[in-house]
Design a protein around this ligand. Structure first.
Ligand code: G1P
Length: 267
């Protein structure tokens, strides 16, 4: 199974810090955020991680490329732990495709269509990290137990956060698992069908890729992944795994990025 990580966004929330450095390269502890996300995908037995990059953000590619000179220099100085860490980052099976226009998250995911072929695939948004790597395996269990159905992770949200997320409607079918009826992107609180927000981890069927290929722009004039999920519900089942706030760390705003760093450094 492939994993897709959309990473072509401009990182506007972190400007000017992200003027020259991609937001995915901001550190959490001693690793860039995107390395956590790649490692999470690999821990879930993805055979390849496909990063959807923009052509401006070459630092991401440099990070995952081998650097034998740097490794040799570190080893010659006896800095073996650092050499191994550099070697590890350069050895991860990451490939790149490009999103040349900022047409939305759904469009970004579809840029990886040729890589995912006819198989189910994971999508991991880089705004959140799941250091214990256990969320995708739990989602795969739910999918497998429902004949390979689509599964997304959702988080119970306080009122004020509801309008910032994709929100599901559905019914709880077993403890912590909902069967989804519909899903709406960033509704006003009064119109939200629940307080369960799409967290940023998806296990999707090949049909979602097909739908994305012809999907018209939605909210914000962007091709929305949420719209493709809502559309696929007419044909396929989708389940939501309800997670807890402590299951993941948000790195998507300056404040939450600092809080994540503090939490990770305290170990
Ligand atoms: C995206 C998705 C949204 C999801 C959110 C999670 O929105 O469109 O459905 O709830 O990620 O972080 P964004 O935060 O990119 O605006």
């Amino acid at each position: 199974m492939k994993a897709v990580i959309p990473a072509a966004g401009m990182g506007t929330r972190f400007l000017p810090a992200t003027k020259a450095i991609p937001k995915e390269m901001l550190p959490v502890g001693n690793k860039p955020v995107i390395q956590y996300v790649v490692e999470e995908a690999l821990a879930a037995e993805s055979d390849e991680v496909v990063v959807v990059n923009s052509r401006e953000k070459l630092a991401i590619e440099k990070h995952f490329a081998p650097d034998t000179e740097l490794v040799a220099t570190l080893r010659a100085k006896g800095k073996d732990a650092l050499a191994s860490a550099v070697e590890h980052a350069g050895s991860l099976p990451v490939s790149f495709v490009y999103q040349d226009e900022p047409l939305g998250l759904g469009h970004a995911v579809h840029c990886a269509a040729e890589k995912t072929a006819d198989d189910r695939f994971y999508v991991l948004l880089g705004d959140v990290i799941v250091p214990n790597n256990n969320m995708l395996p739990r989602m795969k269990e739910v999918s497998d137990s429902h004949g390979g159905a689509n599964v997304i992770a959702v988080l119970p949200l306080p009122d004020e956060e509801v309008p910032r997320y994709g929100i599901i409607a559905g019914t709880e079918v077993e403890s912590g698992v909902w069967k989804i009826d519909s899903i709406v992107e960033k509704p006003a609180l009064e119109e939200a069908p629940s307080h369960l927000g799409v967290f940023g981890r998806y296990l999707l069927s090949p049909r979602v890729m097909e739908i994305l290929a012809t999907l018209p722009p939605g909210a914000g004039n962007e091709i929305q992944l949420t719209d493709a999920l809502d559309a696929v519900l007419a044909e396929e089942e989708m389940y939501a795994l309800v997670i807890e706030p402590s299951d993941g760390y948000d790195t998507g705003t300056v404040e939450s990025w600092f809080a994540t760093n503090a939490a990770i450094m305290q170990g």
